[in-house]
Design a protein. Sequence first.
Length: 232
Amino acid sequence: MPRQGGHVSRDFEAELRELRGHLLAMGARCERAVHLAVGAFLDRDPQRVSEVAALDARIDRDEMEIDELALRMLALRQPVADDLRFITTTLKCVTDLERIGDEALNVSERVADIALAAAVPPHPELAEMSAAAQSMLREALDAFVERDAARAEAVLRRDDEVDALYGSALRRVFEWMRLHPDEIPVGQAVVSAAKYIERVADHATNLAEQVVFMVRGDDVRHQRGDRDPGPK
């Protein structure tokens, strides 16, 4: 077993550190992608879209590289107990991280829909939603690395905050579209951007749920009502 031989144990510990570091780097890229995409949308700046697309492509490669490393460790090291739970949780986390990259790209692709618009509905909630979603992502990843279930549970409680902001944004934009029937496509672009940001928070919540399971063995999914992260 990996823990029994000194040399094998050292190699396995190095692989665990590599896996942890790679996941954190992927998470940092996701956070950066969301920050750039929302900034581009709020500033109506299409020049930043290519940087988001490049980050999303790198996040896709992260997913494949982490999957390959984790599966190789499972096959060759035959981990048990905490190590097994850590590796299998990592495999689940990369899926949500990759989808966060997709959501950032989706936001950036809506910039073209509003960049040249004569009028755009007010959307102050989007910046606050984005800040909260990025913070949730960062906290969930920190909880994962530190194996801190209480910190992960704090992330779960913040999902309602983002949902409330999303509801407020929808009401504001729908009212604006009612008053500006000739600008419906612009309003729809803002609605879409808000939904993509809300999904980022959902994926961060998924990460936090996985941390709770990894640390405590408690499956807390679906205990607060089903969330629909939507298609990739």
